[in-house]
Write a protein that binds this ligand. Structure first.
Ligand code: HEC
Length: 113
């Protein structure tokens, strides 16, 4: 009985670890892509875009950033500039770069006074 329970717990733990590994975004890879490509317009820190109409990305939630990139790629969200940026990105690259910008200190949060 105890052995069976131990086995179940081990299986659950192994499965959880596996699932986490499979879905964990790679921040280092995200940073590489961001520095090479995105920083030119969104700023190296994700907070200093080259034009005030270009959005800040730092601290934005990863799921929002990821969805935006998917939508630019599929043209569900149409923008000539970002469409061109998102087209060559794989799903994995989008996940990594979204997680990277989400991990940076942002200026987007509303702070009640
Ligand atoms: C040539 C300039 C340029 C480059 C390079 C660029 N972007 Fe953008 N990005 C923009 C502009 C302009 C917008 C606003 C487009 C719009 O209004 O939908 C934008 C919007 C976005 C948004 C939507 C943000 C929001 O608040 O809705 C995301 C996410 C994004 N960019 C990610 C990236 C990533 C990741 C890269 C690098 C792979 C990148 N961008 C490279 C100019 C650029």
């Amino acid at each position: 009985m105890a052995a069976k329970l131990t086995h179940r717990l081990l299986c659950a733990a192994a499965f959880t670890a596996l699932a986490a590994t499979a879905s964990a975004a790679d921040l280092a890879k995200g940073r590489e892509k961001a520095d090479q490509v995105c920083a030119a317009c969104h700023g190296k820190d994700g907070n200093t875009p080259i034009d005030p109409t270009y959005p800040k990305l730092a601290g934005q939630s990863a799921d929002y950033l990821f969805q935006a990139l998917l939508d630019y790629k599929s043209e569900a969200r149409k923008n000539a500039i970002m469409g061109g940026q998102a087209k060559p990105l794989s799903r994995r690259e989008m996940e990594d770069v979204a997680a990277y910008y989400a991990s940076l200190p942002g200026q987007l949060n509303y702070k009640p006074r």
